[in-house]
Each structure stands twice: as structure tokens, then as C-alpha cells.
Design a protein around this ligand. Structure first.
Ligand code: HEC
Ligand code: HEC
Ligand code: HEC
Ligand code: HEC
Length: 412
């Protein structure tokens, strides 16, 4: 599940509800749980590492049984991940990440959980084809071994210990799932979803069920395991939507709230620190264009300005609820030049760089047209996907959105 803090209090309540009904619950996370991205920017580090530690705290309180790891968990590097997990009261499983010097696994390859009269085997794995961007210098210390052999070996060990079911906790390519499921991978249930975080409809390959988690933690995947009269296992799946009005578990909500209270502080301190630490570089690059704001473009590009003013891009910051304006991970796509020289930093009030302004697409324009030109044509057309991601903008279609944007064309 991708960076789930916001919804955890609701999920926790749901689990307690099932337990109150007398159901045996195994609570699992498929990985990519700590960070919503593969690499942290300096500006984001204080806030997002705090968030990651709160996710660990919340999962401790919920009694998570195990989690897998995904490439995004390494967004702040290996050392930082291991430090965060020191406080985890749940095991993290991964069968194919090993230390290069000793060959021993970095995490536990597999574990067996006894619950409701069943022995449930849990295996983790990383997809070797996916580059782990956040590893950086530590990439030389570890190796991701081939996935098929590692998972098969872990599953065999689990069956040897009496596992009734084997579950793989890992967001891997659906093609690899198919190979594992058809070539004796011996996994009954694949959890972890699509690595691209699309909402995935569960499907079966042979006898295995492939049931991912969902888009941005908007749903919880609920799999019910039961034994039929003939002793065979039955797996049923449902998505439980995490709607706004769902009740929240107080213990976990307190942890989530403590994070949101701390965020307001980071927003200002974090960005000031960034500018201060980079003062020298800012001065050296004094002739680099900075963000001037849409108001500066208006005099010469009236037609584009008027169309932009009336667009949703101009209102993108205004549309954010107050709480979201304090979160860098919301703000970054709803303002101009976030994290860039002279771009929106949350502290500087003038020029006003809220909303998705001209320079988000055309580049910083303080030296234009005097000494520099700005991005146009194809260079401007190719920036959309940075924010219109599959999960945030599922209906995005370049041709249609460009024509709706309707920039350019008209005379200056
Ligand atoms: C003083 C008038 C003036 C201002 C202010 C101005 N522009 Fe321009 N802009 C021009 C002129 C003249 C051209 C055509 C020459 C050129 O491409 O540099 C132009 C061209 C452009 C082009 C097309 C470039 C190309 O290569 O086809 C874009 C895009 C653009 N401006 C965006 C902006 C943005 C964004 C701002 C505000 C940050 C802005 N302009 C401010 C006068 C201006
Ligand atoms: C990766 C970029 C990105 C991030 C991060 C992001 N958004 Fe957005 N947001 C978008 C885009 C793109 C749209 C417009 C989608 C469309 O209409 O196709 C949008 C639309 C919206 C809208 C208005 C559209 C509607 O459905 O009413 C709101 C409100 C919003 N986002 C809130 C948030 C909040 C709150 C967060 C943080 C939790 C957030 N966004 C984080 C890119 C982002
Ligand atoms: C910095 C992030 C960002 C970039 C880059 C960006 N957008 Fe957006 N876009 C948004 C956000 C956020 C919204 C929603 C604003 C709102 O409704 O509050 C949005 C909304 C839109 C809408 C309105 C959608 C609707 O249903 O009415 C269109 C059209 C659009 N964008 C097209 C584009 C195109 C085309 C590009 C690339 C040339 C682009 N955007 C680049 C963030 C971005
Ligand atoms: C969401 C991204 C986005 C925003 C915001 C935006 N533009 Fe554009 N603009 C583009 C794209 C993409 C093109 C090229 C259109 C095409 O090729 O179809 C363009 C074209 C232009 C052109 C004509 C040059 C050309 O390549 O045809 C000018 C001038 C311009 N924009 C100025 C502005 C100004 C001024 C603003 C703000 C008031 C603004 N744009 C806001 C994306 C944007």
C-alpha cells in the first residue's frame, strides 16, 4: 500500500470490527508503505521521514502481522530504512535482497503465522528489474537476487513447516506473477498490486488469486480464507472503500493527528533551511532565471493570460483544503516551481506562485524576453505527466487535455 498514513485510523477500525465479530484477522501490507516516491528531495526529508516513522508507529498500534518491501521504501536510502524499521514491531519479509559481502538476507525471507486454525506462510520479494533509485551509494552493498528461485525456495521451506497457504507480499510486474503462478512458484495468493498503483481488479492464474491493494490506499483489499467441506482452500476477495465518513480508531487517529500537527512547523522551517543551506549556490547562479509569476506575463501575452486565469490551473492552490496546503506532498503539484530555485517555497509571499502558472510549463521567465527564451512547443507539451499521473489524473489523455488547455495559438 502506497504511503497510507491518512487512512490508517479507518483501516484499524475495520480490523477491530472484524475481530469483534470473532473473525481471525491477518493484517498485511504489500510494501511501498513508508514513502510515496522513490527518492526524497532535500526539502522534503524532514517531513517525509517523520511521516514514515508515524506509519511505523500506527502499524505497531494496529498490530500489523507483516509487510513486504518495495522500491519506494528505500526513498531515503538503506540506512534510513533500517533505522525506521528498528522501531517496527512487525516483521518485514523479503526473500531476495542480500548483503553482497556475506550473501545473508537483509530482511527475513519468509515467516509463518498461525491464525484461525490455519498456518499462513508469508514471503516477500523485490522485482530485480526495477531500479531502486534511493539506494544511491548503498547499491554496492546489496544485491537483488532472481525472483523466481528465491520465492520458490521460500515457499518450499514454508510448505515444509506445514503452511496451508503461501502469500507473496510484493508489488511485482503482472507478467512475472503469471510465470510464478504457472511454473510451480507454489504461491496461493499474490498481494501487493500493480507497481504502477492502478486500481487492480483481482484475477486468477491457475489456482492462485492475484489481489492487489489499490490506488493510493483508497480501498482496503479484504481476502477471506476458508476451508471447504472437502478440505480444499477457498479464497474470496473484496475491496472495502475507505470513504470519508468511516469511523476511526482513536488510538491510531491520535498518531495520525500528531503528524499533521507537526507538519505545519516543517512547512516553514524546512523551506527556510533549504534556502539557507544553498545560499552560496543561489548566489553563484544569480544570473539563472527565476520564477516571475503569471502577472509578469500578462502585459505581453494577454490572450494566454486570460484563458489561464479562467482555468482550473489558476485555482489549483485555492482548491486545496487548508490541511493539504501544509503538506508538501499535496502542494508540489498545485503550485509553480516547487523545490526549484526561486520557485514556490511556502514562505516567500511575493511573487505569488500559488496555482499551476505559466512558468510551471514554460520554465522560469524572469530573463525573458530580454536575454532568454522560455520553453515552448514540444518542450512545454511534455511536462503534463509530472502531475497528471495515472493515479491523480486517471482520465488524462494528452491530446484531449492539450486541446482543453488551449494555450498558445492565439496572437500575443
Ligand atoms: C515584455 C513582453 C513579454 C513579457 C513580459 C513576456 N513575454 Fe513571452 N514573448 C515575448 C516576445 C516578444 C516573444 C517572441 C520572442 C521570443 O520567443 O523570445 C515571446 C515568446 C514567448 C513564448 C513562445 C516562445 C517560443 O519559442 O515560441 C512563450 C511560451 C512565452 N513568451 C511565455 C512567456 C511567459 C510564461 C511569460 C511570463 C513569465 C512571458 N512570456 C513574458 C514577450 C514577452
Ligand atoms: C502528482 C501530482 C499531484 C499530487 C501530489 C496531488 N495532486 Fe491534487 N491534482 C493533481 C491533478 C493533475 C489534478 C487534476 C486531475 C484531473 O482533473 O485530471 C488534481 C486535482 C485535485 C483537486 C481538484 C479536483 C477534484 O477532483 O475536485 C483537489 C481538491 C486535489 N487535487 C487535492 C489534492 C490533495 C489534498 C493532495 C495531497 C493529498 C493532492 N491533491 C496531491 C495532481 C496532484
Ligand atoms: C504542476 C502540476 C501540473 C502540471 C505540470 C500540469 N497540470 Fe494540469 N492540472 C494540475 C492540477 C492540480 C489540476 C487541477 C486543478 C484544480 O481543479 O484545482 C489540473 C487540471 C488540468 C485541466 C483541467 C481538467 C478538467 O477536467 O477540467 C487540464 C485540461 C489540464 N490540467 C491540462 C494540463 C496539460 C495539457 C498539461 C501539460 C501541458 C498540464 N495540465 C500540466 C496540475 C498540473
Ligand atoms: C499547463 C501548462 C501550461 C500553462 C499553465 C501555460 N501554458 Fe502556455 N503553452 C503550453 C503548451 C503545451 C503550449 C504549446 C501548445 C501547443 O503546441 O499546442 C503553450 C503555448 C504558449 C504560447 C505560444 C507559443 C507556442 O509554442 O505556441 C505562449 C505565448 C504561451 N503558451 C504563454 C503562456 C502564458 C503567458 C501562460 C500563463 C498566463 C501560459 N502560457 C500558461 C502550456 C502551458
Amino acid at each position: 500500500m502506497k504511503n497510507p498514513l491518512g487512512g490508517l485510523a479507518k483501516k484499524s477500525y475495520l480490523v477491530r470490527e472484524l475481530q469483534r465479530k470473532g473473525q481471525a484477522v491477518v493484517l498485511l501490507d504489500g510494501g511501498n508503505l513508508l514513502f510515496g516516491k522513490t527518492l526524497l528531495k532535500d526539502l522534503e526529508r524532514p517531513q517525509l521521514t517523520l511521516k514514515a516513522s508515524k506509519i511505523v508507529e500506527a502499524y505497531n498500534a494496529m498490530g500489523l502481522d507483516a509487510a513486504g518491501v518495495g522500491p519506494m521504501d528505500f526513498a531515503d536510502g538503506l540506512e534510513s530504512l533500517l533505522r525506521l524499521l528498528k522501531d517496527a514491531q512487525f516483521p518485514v519479509v523479503c526473500s531476495n535482497l542480500v548483503w553482497k559481502d556475506t550473501g545473508s538476507p537483509v530482511f527475513r525471507p519468509q515467516i509463518l503465522v498461525q491464525r484461525g486454525g490455519l498456518s499462513i506462510g508469508l514471503v516477500g520479494a523485490l522485482d530485480p528489474a526495477v531500479k531502486i533509485e534511493g539506494l544511491g551509494r548503498d547499491a554496492a552493498k546489496v544485491r537483488v537476487q532472481p525472483i523466481y528461485q528465491s520465492v520458490r525456495k521460500a515457499a518450499r521451506l514454508l510448505r515444509g513447516e506445514g503452511a496451508d497457504v503461501v502469500v507473496l507480499l510484493s508489488a511485482i510486474d503482472p507478467k512475472k506473477i503469471r510465470v510464478l503462478a504457472t511454473n510451480g512458484g507454489d504461491v496461493d495468493l499474490f498481494l501487493g498490486g500493480d507497481p504502477k498503483d492502478k486500481l487492480m481488479i483481482p484475477y486468477r492464474v491457475k489456482n492462485a488469486l492475484v489481489a492487489g491493494s489499490s490506488q493510493l490506499g483508497k480501498y482496503v483489499g479484504h481476502v477471506e480464507l476458508s476451508r471447504g467441506a472437502d478440505g480444499s482452500l477457498d479464497l474470496k476477495h473484496a475491496f472495502v472503500p475507505m470513504k470519508l465518513n468511516r469511523p476511526e480508531e482513536p488510538k491510531v487517529k491520535r498518531i495520525v493527528d500528531s503528524y499533521y500537527r507537526a507538519v505545519a512547523k516543517f512547512r516553514t522551517e524546512g523551506s527556510r533551511m533549504y534556502v539557507k543551506e544553498n545560499e552560496e549556490a543561489v548566489n553563484l547562479a544569480h544570473d539563472k532565471p527565476v520564477y516571475a509569476s503569471a502577472e509578469e506575463c500578462k502585459a505581453c501575452h494577454r490572450a494566454q493570460y486570460d484563458r489561464w486565469r479562467a482555468s482550473r490551473h489558476a485555482r489549483a492552490y485555492a482548491a486545496l483544503p487548508d490541511a493539504a496546503r501544509r503538506q508538501m506532498e499535496c502542494v508540489e503539484c498545485h503550485v509553480t516551481g516547487f523545490g526549484k530555485w526561486g520557485g514556490f517555497d511556502g514562505v516567500t509571499k511575493a511573487p505569488d506562485l500559488t496555482g499551476v502558472q505559466c512558468e510551471e510549463c514554460h520554465g522560469p521567465g524572469s530573463s525573458h524576453p530580454a536575454t532568454a527564451s522560455v520553453r515552448a512547443g514540444e518542450a512545454a507539451r511534455s511536462v503534463c505527466r509530472k502531475c497528471h499521473t495515472r493515479s491523480r489524473s486517471p482520465d488524462f489523455n494528452a491530446r484531449e487535455y492539450l486541446s482543453r488547455l488551449g494555450c498558445g495559438g492565439a496572437a500575443r
